[in-house]
Design a protein around this ligand. Sequence first.
Ligand SMILES: [Zn+2]
Length: 399
Amino acid sequence: MAELRPVSRERGGLRLFTVFGIEIRLDFSVVIIFGLIVYSLAVGLFPQWHPEWAPAVSWGTAFIAGIIFFASLLAHELSHSLTARRFGIRVPRITLFLFGGVAEIESEAETPGAEFTIAIAGPLMSAALGLAFTFIVSVSLGEQTLGQILERPEQTMAGLSPVMTACIWLGSVNMMLALFNLIPGFPLDGGRVFRALIWRLTGEHLLATRMASTAGKWFGWSIMGLGFWNLLVLKSLGGLWLVLIGWFLSHLATASYSQLLTQRSLRTLRVGDVMRTRFDHVPADVSVENFIENYLLRSSQLLWPVIDQGSVLGTLSFSEASAVPVAERPRRLVTDVMSKLGTARVIDADAMASSALTALLQAGDEPVAVVSGAKVVGLIRGSDILRWIMLHQDQNISA
Ligand SMILES: [Zn+2]
């Protein structure tokens, strides 16, 4: 899966390493799924194939196969990411989580061709890995044995070494991964391929997204239905997984569509349109104590432009003022502790709201002064932009 994530607020999980300049993170939910995979291999599948294996052999093989499985997921996401980069789209990080991985791409593909290529790159990698693992097995066993596996699976499987057993499993899960991802429901890769084709045919990006996400919802519901059927009719607990995956996919399909709408409505919006314009100043000759007692505590404003004879010298924030020790506050002026305008973090009123949103939220939602020329014309926080989105929902839906 490759997902557009212009707003990444949560930075949960563990940072693993950086490869090709892309940060690889591990969501903690992976620990659960990794445990489940290793457990089901070590206790379920491997003993079924190899009743003679000692538990240590089963667990060891399962553990290594589990690690290689996650490396395969990573290869899938890297394949999306490196392809996206060839089209000039930045990919800051990949997060592996419960249902696989997500490559966070920073902007939408600009052409249907680019979208198609980026989307198909992941499943192609999985299919290639699936073939590679199967190839390893067939080379080391010879075609005869591979034929025997298909004819008399149980006896032949029993004779395989741990390495070959892991390769057979890895070959089939990578193939399944490729096929599953090719199902044409957004936001699965197949949904993106589907969207690219509709986009190419109609020239309508929004229509294509709507169709692909509707297909994604249907697909999610079908999987949930299949899960309930498994649970209730076949009395198989495995159905629970399907219900969970189906619910998750239908939820993602809806969420990624509304995310696109939000992004589109932000596309023409500038910081000047959403900033707060009702704000007060503090004169330069006020002490920090006076500022805290008579300005900061009398208002909900968190960032204050400091002015001297009508011109702005800098900005003073809640945290800058509160960092001054109480005893020093009467002696020090606001100009001593403020950030001077040249060095303070400011945003231009003409900047796009969408890029400002990412920057503001990454900086922890601190307010920032909005400038036009050398003048402070407003104040803004990331949540102000989110508030604007909330207050313009109707417009987003009809966009
Ligand atoms: Zn993918």
